[in-house]
Design a protein around this ligand. Structure first.
Ligand SMILES: Cc1cc2nc3c(=O)[nH]c(=O)nc-3n(C[C@H](O)[C@H](O)[C@H](O)COP(=O)(O)O)c2cc1C
Length: 375
């Protein structure tokens, strides 16, 4: 048996395998609602065998969207819309988590394929952004520095969205504290120059993340896992380092976080040496220091590499992003390449449960025409 196809249990929730879909913005929502696009994007990957699907960054408040076309979970109506997606995924026998997010100073930007670039002006449907300090991200409008009341409202907004995530049927919540969005902005000295309880020392800069995790954990069911996505380094002198982030992860372990999803970058324009598995050493370090399970992500496209990362104890799960966009059935292909016979992956209802899986993954299946059934 491979590590990739060994189930993983966190709290009371079991994932059939460790090949998980990375959260990816679809820039396709109106007023934050998931629609047919999201059902097909996530549904196709559920049928494709991923053990956990993470939704795109979903805003806890409208002004927390990266672009006006981002998904969200800021009202009960959003929860109803997400329920259609989670029901479909559950009927395939797999798990789905929502990534809860607030973009802070990186909110209100044009989606990547829009004619505009940078910050969307208010008359065009944009909004004034907020951040820990009035420091702009390169190329974007400067945010207003958040008042103490505005900071204090953040954990409550994440908790309210987490409560809706229960109603929406999600199995997992992931708090997005990476890629230069609000919680990362607070963590990083590059974007946080506050002189109150949320600024200064690493402990103070981590306070908002810890408060947010506490607020979410308080409303999130005990048997369901809580994940946090971090950027392990800012890749910039004077910015966050992996040791800073690993020590924050150790704090999170004591606050009921179940797994850290280890990415990097996003809070400064930096030169990043991207290559297969380039973020894996960060995952390993966070795992060692925090004692928590971790997920590795970043150019893990080749099944044998993903398997090696798990077998070597670098990580407990792997996330696939762009490879999963190219191939919605990446796990089925991985099973085929690794010679794994699967009998527990989602493939539809009872009458379709094994034949399609055998056809694409097992080594022994012979289509009928190979035995001369079709003339
Ligand atoms: C189109 C696209 C949208 C993304 N949106 C998100 C997002 O909403 N939240 C997030 O944490 N990361 C996001 N990411 C980053 C991915 O989750 C992943 O970390 C990154 O693509 C590296 O993994 P890969 O090499 O397998 O693609 C996005 C990546 C892509 C390509």
């Amino acid at each position: 048996m491979t590590h990739l196809f060994t189930p993983l249990t966190l709290r009371g929730t079991t994932f059939t395998n460790r090949a998980w879909l990375a959260p990816m913005c679809q820039y396709s929502s109106r007023d934050g609602f998931p629609d047919d696009w999201h059902l097909v994007h996530l549904g196709a990957r559920a049928a494709g065998g991923f053990g956990l699907l993470l939704t795109e960054a979903s805003a806890v408040v409208p002004e927390g969207r990266i672009s006006p076309q981002d998904a969200g979970l800021w009202s009960d109506e959003h929860a109803v819309a997400w329920r259609r997606v989670t029901d479909f995924v559950h009927a395939r026998g797999t798990r789905i988590g929502v990534q809860l997010a607030h973009a802070g100073r990186k909110a209100s930007t044009y989606r990547p394929f829009a004619p505009g670039s940078g910050s969307v002006p208010v008359p065009e449907g944009g909004w004034r952004t907020l951040g820990p300090s009035a420091l702009a991200f390169d190329g974007l409008a400067a945010p207003a520095a958040m008042t103490a009341d505005e900071v204090a409202a953040v954990p409550a907004a994440f908790a309210a969205a987490a409560r809706r995530a229960v109603a929406a049927g999600f199995d997992v919540v992931e708090v997005h504290a990476a890629h230069g969005y609000l919680l990362h902005q607070f963590l990083s000295p590059l974007s946080n120059t506050r002189d109150d309880a949320w600024g200064g020392s690493l402990e103070n800069r981590a306070r908002l993340l810890v408060e947010t995790v506490d607020a979410v954990r308080a409303v999130w069911p005990d048997d369901r896992p809580l994940l946090v996505r971090v950027s392990a380094t800012d890749w910039t002198p004077g910015g966050l380092t992996v040791d800073d982030v690993a020590s924050v992860a150790r704090t999170l372990a004591a606050r009921g976080v179940d797994l850290v999803d280890v990415s990097s970058g996003g809070n400064a324009l930096a030169s990043i040496p991207v290559e297969p598995g380039y973020q894996v050493p960060f995952a390993r370090r966070v795992r060692e220091v925090s004692g928590l399970p971790v997920a590795a992500v970043g150019v893990l496209d080749e099944p044998r590499l993903a398997e090696k990362v798990l077998a070597g104890g670098d990580a407990d799960a792997v996330l696939l992003g762009r490879a999963a966009l190219r191939d919605p059935s990446w796990p089925l292909r991985a099973a085929h390449e690794l010679g794994v016979r699967l009998d527990s992956l989602p493939a539809g209802d009872d009458h379709g449960a094994t034949v399609p899986l055998d056809a694409v993954t097992a080594t022994g299946y012979q289509p009928q025409y190979a035995r001369g059934a079709f003339r």
